[in-house]
Design a protein around this ligand. Structure first.
Ligand code: IPE
Ligand code: IPE
Ligand code: MG
Length: 244
């Protein structure tokens, strides 16, 4: 029996390797972040054309605050430059922007810009471009636990009734409904770890790793990973029908 092709609805990418990309060119790290930002547009448009519904990009982790002050400042300003430059293209392609993470800790200007990007694109009907920015999965799960604890305290929920669905519903991805969990995770730059990204949501995702540094990862690479994903056999804990 021919394997049914997997539908790729939600693609998540850990965009890693900007610093090494710059270093290889004897340039400062921010040069790599600039190139990485430009690549976000390229991959977003390619994902849109492939019919992907949600593209989640890990752009800044809760651990990235520990980098040198100047680099953090540069990264905090990237959304300002990104939306300044690419908003017309995003609008023209019906891309809907979402930013998930603790926005309250962002510099005022950054927060303002991302909130405006979400508001301006709210009615768009194409790909959802979801940035994980000041995002950490453990922090997200702690937030979900607090939400559930409040519901219990208020008498709206009994502890023994807490189900997986309730946890999923309290996470920042809940708004993506049937597409809340990534089908495929790609990490660039050769590293093979999650770095505190979507720990709950990736439980059954297919994992793929590219040795390319993020600024070099192009549409062709994306196509190859998507094609490879479509040929994989996702079993979700079951056995093949033909084996039963
Ligand atoms: C990914 O590139 C971007 C962010 C984490 C913000 P890096 O900055 O981690 O680049 P490398 O891993 O040092 O090469
Ligand atoms: C993960 O990359 C975070 C982002 C891509 C935003 P890092 O470069 O911060 O991860 P580690 O430190 O190599 O685990
Ligand atoms: Mg890195």
């Amino acid at each position: 029996m021919a394997a049914k092709e997997n539908q790729l609805n939600h693609l998540a990418i850990i965009m890693d390797g900007n610093g090494r990309w710059a270093k290889a060119r004897k340039q400062p790290r921010f040069f790599g972040h600039q190139a990485g930002m430009e690549n976000v547009e390229r991959i977003t448009l390619a994902a849109n054309h492939l019919g992907i519904k949600v593209l989640t990009l890990y752009a800044f982790s809760t651990e990235n605050w520990a980098r040198p002050k100047a680099e953090v400042a540069y990264l905090m300003n990237l959304p300002v430059r990104f939306f300044d430059k690419f908003m017309p293209t995003l609008m023209a392609n019906q891309v809907k922007v979402n930013v998930m993470g603790d926005l309250t800790q962002l510099p005022a200007k950054t927060r303002q810009v991302v909130e405006r990007a979400m508001a301006d694109t709210a009615a768009n009907t194409g790909l959802v471009l979801n940035f994980a920015f000041n995002y950490g999965a453990r922090k997200e799960i702690v937030g979900a636990v607090q939400t559930l604890a409040r519901a219990v305290q208020a008498g709206r929920l009994a502890p023994e009734d807490i189900a997986e669905q309730d946890v999923g519903q309290a996470l920042m991805t809940a708004k993506f409904g049937p597409y809340r969990n990534p089908d495929l995770l790609i990490r660039t730059s050769g590293e093979q770890r999650l770095s505190n990204f979507l720990l709950w949501q990736l439980a059954y995702a297919e994992l793929a790793f590219s040795d390319k540094l993020w600024p070099d990862f192009d549409e062709q690479d994306l196509m190859e990973f998507v094609t490879n994903y479509q040929g994989r056999h996702r079993r979700f804990g079951k056995i093949d029908e033909s084996d039963s």
